[in-house]
Write a protein that binds this ligand. Structure first.
Ligand SMILES: *[C@@H]1O[C@H](CO)[C@@H](O)[C@H](O)[C@H]1NC(C)=O
Ligand SMILES: *[C@@H]1O[C@H](CO)[C@@H](O)[C@H](O)[C@H]1NC(C)=O
Length: 397
């Protein structure tokens, strides 16, 4: 007996589901670069929500229990807060990020690596991307204990997961473009010890030629664009086409020009099929002074929502204002490109309680370097970044 033609309604529902799915996973063309949505499908409904907006809720169930501990071989000592016996590690890892209108699924390392089989993920940028990478490696290792350190192709740090033939690695390029130290010429008498020459139109060698090795790339820069790193005795001097840019650019103008050039390099040189992400600034939480002025972050719990603007809005001129300022520039530069934004700033702004602070694993580190209120304890907040990033990759492949 031939099957009866079904009525149209179920088809329509199915079609709209499909449309919704395609739309929210960015397979259909659309005009923005934001990829803040994730699709959660149940048998009865499909919804999408902004993963970057929400709140931290205290949750002492095992759902917040970290997937790794101090024994992960990919740790960097200064961020290995269990080993360094940081106080409050239990509490730090009892907060769960709750996006406003949905649940953020925790990564399933086995399932994720299976999805990534025969593919590679590359991180490019500064130590905040390295911090992110270490969390990612320690989490993925749960599904493949035979994971090995991997430092080929100019990678600074990384791992190969043999069970799945997946490489995840970090390429250090703090300004993204090429820069090098040039000592003072004897004829110059301008009070400088030398300059850091930045070639705004040349990407750093650490990543320029490796982009086609990766199926997913995640860029960042921002934390080195400050006068504390490059004071006027040893400033950044910007060059284009081999010539100094005149009149000389300040740091912030230099950042804009470098971003413009790096984004256009990525658009031009990185294969179209590569998934490209750009993560926004990780906020710092120095309280009472800069890092070199006894700035401190000995907090026991996250900031409250109403405190965030006081800390971070540039108009309040606080110690940590640069994150949002730099974000504005990055967002502007990414308009109209196929690079997606990973806006981890807001959720991280809350977490004044989750930096290594004075627990750095070395006796004199605080006396020399001050507290670390910039990087993050591991396990900790970057594990939530991993949940979000892996979820977005999952929805896009
Ligand atoms: C592993 O993955 C790479 C791509 O990253 C691929 O070229 C290679 O053939 C894969 N090896 C095996 C054994 O599947
Ligand atoms: C930082 O603290 C030390 C010890 O308490 C003190 O001697 C020093 O003057 C402080 N520095 C600043 C910049 O406040």
């Amino acid at each position: 007996m031939p099957p009866k033609l079904p009525p149209a309604l179920p088809y329509l529902i199915l079609l709209s589901f499909l449309f919704f799915y395609l739309y929210s996973t960015s397979l259909l063309p659309h005009s923005t670069t934001t990829s803040s949505t994730i699709t959660t499908t149940t048998t009865t409904r499909t919804s999408s929500c902004n993963l970057f907006k929400g709140n931290w809720v205290l949750d002492r169930t095992k759902s917040t229990k970290p997937l790794y501990d101090e024994s992960c071989p990919f740790h960097r000592n200064a961020w290995n807060c269990f080993r360094n016996q940081r106080e409050n590690m239990g509490l730090i890892n009892s907060w769960r990020w709750a996006p406003k209108d949905c649940e953020l699924p925790k990564i399933d390392p086995e399932r994720f690596l299976e999805l990534m089989r025969n593919r590679n993920i590359g991180f490019v940028g500064d130590s905040l991307n390295e911090n992110f990478l270490v969390s990612f490696l320690c989490i993925l290792r749960v599904a493949d204990g035979s994971a090995k350190k991997w430092k080929r192709k100019r990678a600074w740090r990384g791992a190969y997961f043999p069970k799945f033939n997946v490489t995840v690695a970090y390429h250090r390029a703090v300004l993204l473009s090429k820069y090098e130290w040039q000592p003072k010429q004897p004829t110059m008498n301008d009070g400088r010890k030398g300059i850091y020459r930045v070639d705004v139109d040349i990407p750093a060698e650490d990543w320029a030629t490796i982009t086609d090795y990766y199926d997913v790339l995640l860029f960042n820069t921002g934390h080195w664009w400050g006068y504390d790193k490059f004071p006027k005795e040893t400033p950044l001097v910007f060059y284009r086409a081999g010539q100094p840019i005149l009149p000389p650019l300040g740091l912030f103008e230099g950042l804009k020009v470098v971003l413009e050039n790096m984004v256009s390099y990525i658009e031009r040189e990185v294969p179209r099929k590569t998934l490209k992400f750009w993560r926004l600034q990780s906020p710092r939480h120095f309280y009472g002074g800069e890092w070199n002025q006894n700035g401190s972050c000995l907090f026991n719990e996250p900031l409250k929502e109403h405190e965030l603007d006081l800390w971070f809005d540039p108009s309040n001129n606080g110690v940590n204002k640069e994150a949002r300022k730099i974000n504005h520039v990055i967002e502007e530069m990414l308009q109209g490109t196929d690079i997606r934004l990973l806006d981890l700033t807001h959720l991280s702004e809350f977490r004044a309680d989750a930096h290594p602070a004075i627990w750095l694993g070395k006796k004199d580190a605080v006396a020399i370097w001050g507290q670390d209120c910039m990087h993050w304890c591991l396990p900790g907040v970057p594990d939530t970044w991993v949940d979000i990033f892996s979820g977005l990759i999952h929805n896009s492949l």
